[in-house]
Design a protein around this ligand. Sequence first.
Ligand code: G6P
Length: 369
Amino acid sequence: GQIEKGGYPHFMIKEIMDQPACMMDCMRGRINVEASNIVLSAIIDNKDKLLSARRFIIVACGTSWHAGLIGKHLIESFCRIPVEVEYASEFRYRNPVVSEDDVVIAISQSGETADTLAAVELAKQKGAFIYGICNAIGASIPRATHTGSYIHVGPEIGVASTKAFTGQVAVLTMLALTLAREKGTIDEDTFRTVLKEFSRIPEQMQQVLALNDKIAELSKIFTYAHNFIYLGRGYSYPVALEGALKLKEISYIHAEGYPAAEMKHGPIALIDAEMPVVVLATKNRLYEKVLSNVQEIKARKGRVIALITEGDTVMPGIADFCIELPDLPECLTPLISTLPLQLLAYHIAVCKGLDVDQPRNLAKSVTVE
Ligand code: G6P
């Protein structure tokens, strides 16, 4: 009913708007900026096991798998431990090479996804140490793991996952930073800076959510589309995948996420005046390269919606529409850049008169194969 939706027309928009508060719940008791410290009890209790890991294998499905891709980037860059990210459904049927030196991280909002649970059981049989990142307290996956961290974002009702994704990425960020400090693979300055900026994510999210009306307006223009392309690199590549997934799930518009540099190996053939292309183009090492991708799209008359860092004066002269985001360390950008993409998918679906909380053919939790 209306009461659970907090006055919003759908659970999905409520859950999108709740993200600043969810982030605070996820961080509560875990981060201390003054003391420059992160406390994840699962890491304290299992330090030796986690520090001696030869590699991490992340298993998940859907949106949780996208969070896993960001986790790989975080853990590899900060901890220098190799990470593989697997679809749980593929992993479980492949007789994968897993040993006692491996740590398997299972990511699942519901904690009940059949394939992810089966992947956990298989990895356990093979002797791996299993770390769960779940939302639903006491669900099957957290019960099957050796340890874990809850994301604590509260029940998620909308079928399209939103606040669980940012919660998963927040836990993975804390996990990577903590392990990196224990391993000595992060310098103290970087740790402090990232932690301080991380603690400000709820405020930054609020700033981005204030763009809701603007994004609602923009969405009206794109209800005609039958296809969308989403491009990003580095930390933004999984965000592009997640943005495309949100759009297809609830608006039934076919959308593909691609690493921006791969565009020339295929998707560029699709670009014409009808094709909307969402480009994650925040300022970082690869900004110039993404800028040249945008020029290639414009040369073929594609319609570009660019997510940019505030103060960027170049992209607004080239892209059709720009959405400004606060300046953040690159590793934290997914927590912010995902929000406008959730809003875009939501408003396009609403404009098309679709049931955003109960999209056709999809289930909140896939407990059978
Ligand atoms: C279903 C849901 C998705 C979710 C996926 C994995 O497909 O519709 O939103 O990302 O399952 O669910 P889990 O609960 O394991 O994160």
